[in-house]
Structure formats: structure tokens, C-alpha cells
Ligand binder design. Sequence first.
Ligand code: ADP
Ligand code: GN1
Ligand code: MG
Length: 359
Amino acid sequence: MAVTTSQAQRLASQFATAAAVVQGRRIGSGHVNDTFEVGDAAGRRYILQRLNTMVFRQPAVVMANIVKVTSALAARVADPRRRLSLVPTRAGEAWLAVEDQCWRMYDFIADSTELTPPATLAQCAGVGQAFGEFMLELASLPGEGLQVTIPDFHNEPHYLARLKAAVAADRVGRVSQVPSEIESLLAYETVSHDFDNTAMPLRITHNDAKASNVLFDTTTGQPLAVIDLDTIQPGFVVNDFGDIIRSCATTATEDELDLDAVHFSPARFEACTRAYLAACHSVLTGSELAHLRHGARLMTLETSVRFLTDYLEGDIYYRTAHPGHNLERARNQAKLLADLDRHWDWMGEVIEAAIPRTD
Ligand code: ADP
Ligand code: GN1
Ligand code: MG
């Protein structure tokens, strides 16, 4: 159900803002949630978001994870601009339930911007550094850890099975338009099963580690904070690395229509990889290091498969601007995947060379 800015502004009054909320506007490029920037009469700004409960079916569990993570970060990261901070409701809760919807508020990180996509190699490095440091901060999260909020979120065989099911059902009659797209993605089935994660530790991972989920300081150009914490749950670090690469080591955004403009960028790959490993290599195991490039391939495959599946199911999951939008994104990611694959051996060499040596 669509939500208007004035509805959001009204709901904002139920959170513990410093003064009455007097303004609001929709912002962000996310495909799933609704995000608003609101301001109060005292001139303070906040982020108000509606969690998409069709996607996040257990909002209480999502928010319990976010409370744990933001509390742990508050204890470790002194600068409030370098982490997300929840603003509680006036009743002292972490979030607001309105009918079956979940709303929550964060402090606004001023003078910051998302980069979609990063324009420079330094910005690519900033994304790698931010997610590397974020993982490191959470590696020692006390307590019993986090709960799973979306099962099978990065399970490639699961997504390929869903694509096959969507093809078989052909609910909206689109299958006949895209036989080659379906065939080329299903050809990756062996690859997606050829990934032994049994030796890798389950960690607290972000699981949506794309470039737009890092805020950069508009004055210094440095990375500030990792945001968009809804998908944080136990996972494999290689998937986060993979999403960094998918979203940064490309010459175009996910929405680029001209496939000739979509290429894997070796220089961007190298910048992200060096910065990521400089930040967090000290905690990564041999198996994780050996599988980083698998993460890049799997996350790009997964994203293409999920966009194509949503197209075949009638655009029910991602926010789209027009009927072919999911198909365009699926083709874009498939192009990137094919190009990335041509650099398979090279990626392994770069990763190996980017591991800082202590001896
Ligand atoms: P989505 O799930 O829709 O991607 P995000 O949590 O990533 O939502 O937020 C969408 C956008 O809103 C971000 O890319 C960023 O531009 C802006 N944003 C989110 N949180 C903050 C914040 N605390 N301070 C400033 N801007 C923010
Ligand atoms: C969605 O919400 P957003 O735009 O940050 C999706 C990710 C995809 C991404 C592709 C919960 O992220 O998994 O990788 O789109 N989030 C969810 O851009 O499905
Ligand atoms: Mg986001």
C-alpha cells in the first residue's frame, strides 16, 4: 500500500523528536522500503522509514536485531555521524506498529550523501573500507547474536529453484519474451552449487552491502556510516564482499539500459578489494579469503536471477518505475556477471596480492 508524505509526517509525531515535526519529504533510491526525511520545529532532522512487511515478515525480529547492532555500535563508535542511532517512540519503544506496518526513526546524519554509483576509485575504496570496518566492529558483538529474519536470503540454489518455478507458472505470460535470459541464468546452476560454505564461519553480516548503503561525508569525501540495517542477520562474509563488488566494480548503475555501457571495472575491483582487506583481513579465515571472488559472482548472479524472477511473477517484490524495469535490471546484472566471469583468474590474483602481509 502506497504511503504519502503527509501520512509519514503525521506518524513522525509519535516519535520522541526534540520538537514537533513540521516538514517531510520522500528520499532514497531503495527498492523495498519507504524512506522520508522529516524535520522538527527546533531545526533537527530525522529519517523516518516504513519497513516493507511483505518482505520483512517479522518486523519485531528485524527491529530486535537492529537494536542490538545499533547499541553495540554506540558503545564502540564515539562519533554519532559514523553510525545509525534509533529515535524511540514517545512510548519508549524502538518502533511503531501501525496496523500491520512497522515504522522506525533514526537520527539524520547531516552533510552526508549516498553514492550511486561511486564516481571515483577513492569512493570505491571508501565503500570497501566502510563495510570492512563495519564487519570488524560487529565481529565481537556480545550476547547471543542475531536472529534470522529472511531465511535463504543468499541461497543461490533457492533463487534458481524459484526462477524455475516462476518459469513453470508463467503467471503473467512473460516467459516467451525472455527465453535466452532464462537459459543463460539457469546455466549457472552448477556454479551456484559449486560453492562449499561449510568451512566458513557464520558471522553477523549486513547482507545488503551495496554502495548506496554507505553514507559519505559531503565535505571530506570520506565514508561515514553503513546504513540500511534491516537485512543484518547471520551470514557469510563473502556475500557482503560480493555485493560491494557487484555495486562498485561496474561502469554503470543497475538501471543502465545500454548494455554496451555496462562493464566489470578491474580498477574499481582492485580499489574495493584492497580497502576491504586492509580493514578486516585480520579476522578472515583462509576459506573466506579463498571464496571472496565466489561471493562477487554469486551476488551478481543472485541479483540478476531475483530481478528476472520478479519480472516473471509480475513485479510484486521490487519497486519498479515501469513494466520492463525488472527485466532491464536483470539484463544489466547478467551483462556484468558475464564480464566479471571473464576476470575470474585475475580476481583471484588481485585478492591474493591485496592481503596485507604481516611477516
Ligand atoms: P532502503 O532500504 O530503501 O534502501 P536506506 O535505509 O538505505 O533505505 O535509506 C535510503 C536513503 O536514505 C539512503 O540511501 C540515504 O540517502 C538516506 N538515509 C538513510 N538513513 C539516513 C540517515 N540516518 N541520515 C541521512 N540520510 C539517510
Ligand atoms: C534491495 O532495499 P534495497 O534497495 O537496499 C534488496 C537487495 C538487493 C538490492 C538490489 C530486502 O535492496 O537484496 O540486492 O535491492 N533488498 C531486499 O539493488 O530484498
Ligand atoms: Mg538502502
